[in-house]
Design a protein around this ligand. Sequence first.
Ligand code: PCD
Length: 793
Amino acid sequence: TTDERPAGFENNDHKPIGHGRMLRKEDPRFIRGKGNYVDDVQLPGMLHCAILRSPVAHARIVSIDTSAAEAHPKVKAVVTGAALTGLGLAWMPTLSGDVQSVLATDKVRFQGQEVAFVVAEDRYAARDALELIDVEYDLLDPVIDVRMALDPSAPVIRDDLDGKQNNHIFDWETGDEAATEAVFASADVVVSEDIVYPRVHPAPMETCGCVADYDRIDSRLTLWSTSQAPHAHRTLYAIVAGLPEHKIRVISPDIGGGFGGKVPIYPGYVCAIVGSIVTGKPVKWMEDRSENLTSTGFARDYIMRGEIAATRDGKILAVRTNVLADHGAFNGVAAPVKYPAGFFGVFTGSYDLQAAYCKMTAVYTNKAPGGVAYACSFRITEAVYLIERIVDCLAYELEMDPVELRMRNFIQPDQFPYRTKTGWVYDSGDYEPTMRKALELAGYDELRREQAERRARGELMGIGVSFFTEAVGAGPRKDMDILGLGMADGCELRVHPTGKAVVRLSVQSQGQGHETTFAQIVAEEIGIPPADIDVVHGDTDQTPFGLGTYGSRSTPVSGAAAALVARKVRDKARIIASGMLEVSVADLEWVKGAFHVKGDPGKSVTIQDIAMRAHGAGDLPEGIEGGLEAQICYNPENLTYPHGAYICVVDIDPGTAQVKVRRFVAVDDCGTRINPMIIEGQVHRGLTDGVGMALMEMIAFDEDGNCLGGSLMDYLIPTALEVPDWETGFTVTPSPHHPIGAKGVGESATVGSPPAIVNAVVDALKPFGVRHADMPLTPSRVWDAMRGVPRPP
Ligand code: PCD
């Protein structure tokens, strides 16, 4: 690829990190249609699985008649919950310690729930046969309104759980309630607002699916699957199905977008595995779009009461919040187990406060399970939205500029590492320069002048600001695990005799370019050009153990592992070089790709020379084994805390209430930047997500529990037409504990953009006395806000 570099793309061989623009190594196969996704996997004799789903939200199953389906000439197996019960597989554990049914046995608990599956010779026959299955349901009242879930009259959804008499899942709290109460009691100003973060869906381009191939002779299972966490999935399959872990191989080939939705294990994967065990043939299961939208993990769905206490001149003193969380029919949240509400710990934002308190209650409803971390390090998106919205509400009440209010309350550079009032330690930050850069790029003062002019003419222009701090890179062993598995990551590096290398990662790429960026990290440390370093990932037989890709953790955790394993190899290379150059190790100097004798630069050996010597004939220094390779397992000391300042400009048509995002400026700080072009792409992606959530997307239900967002006709996602030309910038505040100072960035823009857009819309509506309006800000909601119609429940 180095030879085909277009203009503007530099040779990065000797300064691989952060400089210039390096093309992505994976793109030649993607743009030529040569990617290898799960649905591309074709095995000899492969059968196809289709799943029968419940048409209703809550009902008792009276009977299931599968005889007509079984008689279909192309059908090989029909499996119901009753059959799975016999195998002990009707229920499976979720990532958050609940159980979820693989196929319903007693009741169905949400529309779209898995009831039976068919394995047939082709996908069409499997689908046809679903229509031949006759299920008799006895309808029950559904719980759809989350506010009614804890009402004593509400039907109990999870009567499968021993002695369960209500729909309560957990209460969780963080911060100091009494101290917060004391600050609120004596504050000049207290502002509170009810803020809803609606249920949304990651909606990746590729839906979920797998190919399961169970070899009866060897008792070996190979599973190609759309998984963001192949190693964790393998361990869970071993535990659930009682299969020996070393006889399971999980392969995540190219993945067409994950966004957190491919972290959980879905019933469909288990069905395909059972189908392969039962038929002795490989079985493929691939969701269609509606199945993906209605049954796989949703995100958000929080009703939040935000309260903020401040002095009259704008010093923020405390923040308090009460959250009601809708988790659907099974608690399928993917988050570290010790924090059932994820990292809601960052709801204090980027501000230096005296006190903070959060209380959260999670409940069951008759909706699809989930609570996946959709471009969100476990609920950070909700937390950032809450604080950035409530700070704007305070600015509204104080009649203060929202930028001014934020600047007055920033944690100062000398306060880092900063311990928040909820006990988390922000590793590093320097907020004001980032904010100033965004103001400068946007031309903030000029925008405010323009707004005043337009307002005078009756035009609706809004300027919205958000400033966020994220906590990404889960996580330190002492703080977090998923089902008892520590969140450390392994990495292996092997340098071949000719000086080419292969690095094996535990994390998995869903499109974010790991084959390029991890080659860059290793190249930077060991001096081998990125083009000569192959990155292997996504196959449990080929890679070391680790917990997978989500919560922007690859760079903070695996990226650190890659840098450190390369340093380990370099340390060995130094010893070999000292033998080759016949000097002591202390007399050697490392200059990108070669060891030089200090004071005699003419005498040197390259990493490639050393690799050949490590494998070749001739003596190696005393005690040194042949070969040039190393492996490590990295346990991060802390999370990394990227930050950013976003400014959005909108215009609203006063006649139609249509919002147009005119400009959007995003300045991100993710510490040391590995690949600026990839970072820019990540930010563009997340900002587009933000426009979707703020203005268009919502998975809604009618009162019977019918999902109203089951197709992309009803669930609107943004296209190039709805988004502006993104304007991006950056600052660099390295992470002190990461070997190369890098923080995660993959989710930053999804987290930071919704509040900026909503703040802009609310700012545009200021002449109507609007202080808050809930997402998605569709024309009808904006229209209602303009006319003072009460907000939807
Ligand atoms: N980077 C650089 N530098 C820095 C950082 C970073 O360069 N400083 C880059 C890297 O290397 C990569 C990227 O960037 O490539 C990203 O990273 P991060 O941040 O580390 O992250 P990750 O781990 O890798 O990934 C993950 C993420 C997430 S989480 C999400 S949602 C999303 C994002 O990623 N997803 C996706 N992005 C993306 N892209 C794409 N294309 N696809 C997808 O799917 Mo979750 O939790 O799951 O919800």
